[in-house]
Design a protein around this ligand. Structure first.
Ligand code: FAD
Length: 418
């Protein structure tokens, strides 16, 4: 049973769902901007988010002008927010979002409600699981994501295997090598379905340094093992069958927003980004809700999410201090192209309100060399050259899109170079 009635006034000026990098940076900046009661709701035993279990460098250069490991950085973010008067409630899971800024919470004291003038969703990302990646074979013990491995190693001090294979080649897959090193473990291979590593090519020599063989262009990975993992089988780039004896599989990368709360809510979700539909102020389709950090899109670095949290806090403080800017209309921004994964923000408000994002963020599904075009019907209203790969940061100015007029539906397309 809820402990508050629906019509009671808000108990918090701002409630932040998720005490990771973005949520804590945002909370601290709200206090610096003079906002009254700021509450961070975090489901884990301690706030700090993903960096809590990233036991490696480099964190904090931009934020603290220091080279920190993840756990030190997370602790600093918590201390900074608390010193400014942010209330952090741990072991508190938000289970439901309600219109107008009401939240259902599961807490150690039972179910509760919280009402806030503004709610900010900062629940981050997670890696795709084995079923989400359609990996076949047996179902033995010893298969886990990098995030789960990091939690076991750095938070629970466990050693789950001794000769794992890493599936994936994103930046986080390389950090899995470092997590293994922490335990004195050398992965026996890194395997990647694409024809080259997903992260920057400059990192490839690191595999040689660490003695980890790389297989790219692999197909049909199958996990073998009755009780515990015994092998990974796959076809290599030439189509030959391969079998690697191993006792663990680290399924790494292919991030997706931690959006379970959204799917069960009244807020609109963008199928491309997997996060909430927002406007250039970071406001969701219910104006009592904002969002920041990696929930918006998979996936950025901690430094980026920290800055995104600070920028969002300034917009929210401004909204609380002088609400009621007239919105003369909205423009819809979508991607309908196999090469494009998402565009952010997905809505542009035509308003005098200051401080909105100046740039859109674009995510690719496939490598793209050609022209990005913004189309209204059959008319191209803006274009820009692009030569990039998936999992890269791509930004373009929003200025060319705002003049198109209320009610327009802008479609972002990609035209390959011929
Ligand atoms: C496995 C992994 C490794 C990574 N390694 C790096 C790295 O080495 N360097 C780097 O820069 N970035 C890394 N990242 C990216 C990472 O997402 C960012 O560094 C940063 O943590 C994003 O901040 P955030 O606030 O958006 O999300 P997070 O830091 O993930 O914080 C989200 C918080 O929300 C909480 N939460 C979620 N749902 C609820 C709910 N319903 N109720 C209450 N609380 C909730 C979570 O417990 C979590 O604490 C990694 C990501 C993953 C998944």
């Amino acid at each position: 049973m809820s402990k508050t009635e629906p019509n009671r006034p808000p108990e918090a000026d701002v409630a932040i769902v998720g005490g990771g990098t973005a949520g804590l940076a945002l909370a601290a900046e709200l206090k610096r901007s003079g906002v009254g009661r700021v509450v961070v709701l975090e489901r884990e035993k301690a706030a700090g988010g993903i960096p809590r279990h990233c036991g490696h460098y480099p964190f904090g250069l931009w934020e603290y002008q220091r080279l920190l490991k993840g756990p030190e950085y997370a602790a600093r973010n918590v201390e900074t927010a608390q010193a400014l008067g942010v209330e952090i409630r741990t072991q508190t899971t938000v289970t439901q979002l309600h219109p107008g800024g009401r939240l259902s919470l599961s807490t150690p004291d039972g179910l509760q409600d919280l009402r806030a003038s503004r709610v900010v969703l900062c629940t981050g990302v997670r890696e795709s699981s084995r079923p989400q990646r359609f990996i076949g074979g047996d179902r033995p013990l010893g298969v886990m994501t990098t995030g789960a491995l990091q939690s076991l190693v750095f938070l629970n001090h466990m050693r789950p295997f001794s000769k794992p294979v890493i599936l994936g080649s994103e930046l986080v897959s390389f950090s899995a090598i470092d997590t293994c090193r922490h335990l004195g473990i050398r992965p026996v291979a890194m395997v990647e379905e694409l024809d080259r590593i997903v992260t920057h090519k400059a990192l490839q020599p690191y595999l040689k340094v660490r003695g980890v063989p790389l297989f790219t262009g692999i197909g049909q990975p199958r996990i073998i093992g009755a009780q515990h993992v015994e092998a990974l089988e796959f076809t290599d780039a030439t189509g030959d069958h391969q079998r690697i004896e191993t006792d663990g599989i680290i399924i790494s990368g292919q991030f997706r927003p931690e959006a379970a709360l959204l799917y069960n809510s009244h807020l609109e979700v963008d199928p491309g980004s997997g996060g909430p539909v927002i406007d250039q102020f970071g406001q969701c389709t219910d104006p009592a809700f904002y969002s920041a950090g990696n929930l918006l899109r998979p996936a950025e670095t901690s430094g980026w999410c920290w800055r995104e949290g600070v920028a969002a806090a300034k917009r929210i403080a401004q909204d609380l201090n002088s609400p009621g800017h007239e919105v003369k209309g909205t423009i819809r921004l979508t991607t309908r192209d196999p090469a494009l994964k998402f565009v952010l923000p997905q809505r542009l408000c035509l308003t005098e309100r200051p401080g909105g994002m100046k740039k859109m963020q674009i995510g690719l599904r496939t490598p793209a060399n050609g022209t990005l075009r913004a189309m209204v019907g059959e008319k191209c209203i803006w274009s820009s050259r692009i030569n990039s790969r998936p999992v890269r940061r791509i930004q373009r100015s929003l200025a060319g899109l705002l003049g198109v007029g209320a009610g327009a539906d802008i479609r972002l397309e990609f035209k390959p170079e011929t």
